[in-house]
Design a binder for this molecule. Structure first.
Ligand code: NAD
Length: 517
């Protein structure tokens, strides 16, 4: 094993998860096929090399696809509730391994340990949801206009589902997709972010053991490693009827087009530019933690991170002072140390993007309320630790219109009615998450109405981040329109079939059409 941080039990966590350095023997799972260039995974926490995986070549990919397509023929024959039973066992295994997996998430990605555990908890929750769902993949019966006929709708598995995921939720997004896809009878091929490959190996090891215990082919779950070029193997492959892709709008624009060209389905979960509207009746006890956690949690690297606060002019100064005051309490450092609120950004490129955004905001006339900047010195050697910044800005600044994946919060005023705030909130290209802080029922209802927020997620008196798995998750406009996780999001993982059965002795045609022979 190459250098691995011994503090905070990372070495033990890796051992418990069966994640090895490639020199010690490759990881278990379909990952064994991968034979290409080495990908090294460095922790943003302390800059150390955690481990390596090999990337997947085109030839390796075809082997994976053969294994997956073959496994599908076995898996679709397993009754859905029995598939649910295997997902239940997977959830239990995650319960047992929550601590080491949460630690690895925190160490490889850089989010706080609490958020790392939270991510694994989301995986467990979606497994529980999927177990129940495995007995509820219900179709409908539909009255037929023809005598002696019956119509119904059935849901069948799709086949191989391709999953492309982002670095910031290195395990949960995979589980949101797989837990549902598996109970629906699909098998999954996952290309995780090239920035968090070891989290993917750990997840594959966990499910591989469950599948083995149940004498099921491991091809039900496969991983492939690499960057966008490996992702393209899937987006261009007509053997993959559904590609679920989570990442930037830039990526989604390419993936959506490529998959559509071959008439595949895509589920796109892309960037956000999320705002909280703070009205005159907002309760500061709720506003401050909601806004601050939203803006600095995961170091501003959540798709649902709060980027903009749209504050009524009558309470602007009060809210501004409270938020700026709360920023003074924040502690930044090793995210495995639970006394720290904020860990590092994912890498130095992300640091550059963050610094550039601050410069652009200043150049456009932004007024810096809380200075940003890179942290240096002991504990910050990785060069990825930054200070969360607050800038007064206008909604139409070019930089405000873009998602900067870092802790930069823009404050802006609105005057008059809540409609003016809603117009600002909707006045961006993205449409993921939104929130209003108000004790005025009419304002809340306006915000939630068809004329209100245009986002996939609209909250009242909570922040923009921190969704539960029970609801459908996703957003509109440049966020891509996809929905995953709860509610009826499962339907995207299945194909709908309409059946009409004639049990009469006649053949009446629909719409009363006569065709006499
Ligand atoms: P990214 O777009 O750089 O990469 C995401 C994934 O897409 C990676 O696995 C990458 O290898 C792959 N990829 C990139 N180009 C591709 C292509 N042309 N073909 C196939 N695959 C390709 O995003 P990131 O930096 O890892 O993550 C941050 C972004 O993800 C932010 O914009 C964030 O808002 C978004 N995100 C959205 C959600 C959501 O649910 N809406 C959730 C998490 C992250």
């Amino acid at each position: 094993m190459e250098a691995v941080a011994t503090d905070f039990g990372i070495k033990e966590a890796l051992q418990q998860l069966g994640v090895k350095d490639i020199n010690e023997g490759s990881s278990t799972g379909s990952n064994n096929f991968s034979n290409g260039e080495i990908i090294e995974s460095y922790s943003p926490v302390d800059g150390q090399l955690i481990g390596k995986v090999k990337s997947t070549t085109r030839e390796d990919y075809d082997k994976v696809m053969n294994v997956a397509t073959k496994a599908f023929l076995t898996w679709r024959d397993v009754p859905a509730p029995q598939r649910g039973e295997i997902v239940r066992q997977f959830g239990n295994k995650l319960r047992a391994l929550k601590e080491p997996l949460g630690k690895l998430v925190s160490y490889e990605m850089g989010k706080s340990l609490q958020e790392g555990y939270g991510e694994v908890q989301e995986m467990i929750d979606i497994c529980d949801f999927a177990v129940g769902l495995s007995r509820q993949l219900n179709g409908q019966t539909i009255p037929s206009e023809r005598p002696g006929h019956v119509m119904r709708e059935q849901w069948h598995p799709l086949g191989v589902v391709g999953i492309i995921s982002a670095f910031n939720f290195p395990v949960a997004v995979w589980a949101w997709n797989t837990a549902l896809a598996w109970v629906c009878g699909d098998v999954c091929v996952w290309k995780a972010s090239e920035k968090t490959p070891l989290c993917a190996v750990a997840c594959q090891n966990i499910i591989a053991e469950v599948l083995k215990d149940n004498n099921m082919p491991e091809g039900i779950s496969c991983i492939i490693n690499g960057d966008y070029k490996v992702g393209e193997f899937m987006t261009t492959d007509s053997r993959i009827p559904l590609v679920s892709a989570t990442g930037s709008t830039r990526m989604g624009r390419i993936v959506g087009k490529t998959v559509a060209e071959r008439f595949g389905k895509s589920l796109l979960e892309l960037g956000g530019n999320n705002a909280i509207i703070i009205t005159p009746t907002a309760d500061l006890k709720v506003v401050v933690p909601g806004a601050v956690f939203g803006a600095v949690g995961t170091c501003g690297q959540r798709c649902t991170s709060t980027r903009r606060l749209i504050i009524h002019e009558s309470v602007y100064d009060k809210v501004k002072d409270a938020i700026v005051g709360a920023y003074k309490q924040l502690t930044i450092g090793n995210p495995l140390d639970e006394k720290n609120h904020i860990g590092p950004l994912i890498d130095k490129d992300a640091v550059d993007t963050y610094l550039t955004a601050i410069e652009k905001a200043k150049a456009e006339g932004g007024n810096v309320l809380v200075e940003g900047g890179i942290l240096e010195g002991e504990g910050y050697e990785s060069g990825c630790y930054v200070k969360p910044a607050i800038i007064e800005a206008e909604n139409d600044f070019e930089i405000v219109q873009h998602e900067t994946f870092a802790p930069v919060l823009y404050l802006m005023k609105y005057s008059g009615d809540v409609e003016n705030a809603i117009a600002k909130q909707n006045g961006v290209a993205q449409g993921l998450s939104s929130a209003i802080m108000t004790n005025e029922m009419k304002e809340a209802e306006k915000f939630l109405s068809y004329a209100g927020s245009d986002c996939g997620i609209a909250n009242v008196n909570i922040g923009t981040s921190g969704a539960e798995i029970g609801g459908a998750f996703g957003g509109e406009k440049e966020t891509g329109g996809g929905r995953e996780s709860g509610s009826d999001a499962w339907k995207v993982y299945m194909r709908r079939q309409t059946n009409t059965v004639n049990y009469s002795d006649e053949l009446p045609l629909a719409q009363g059409i006569k065709f006499d022979l």
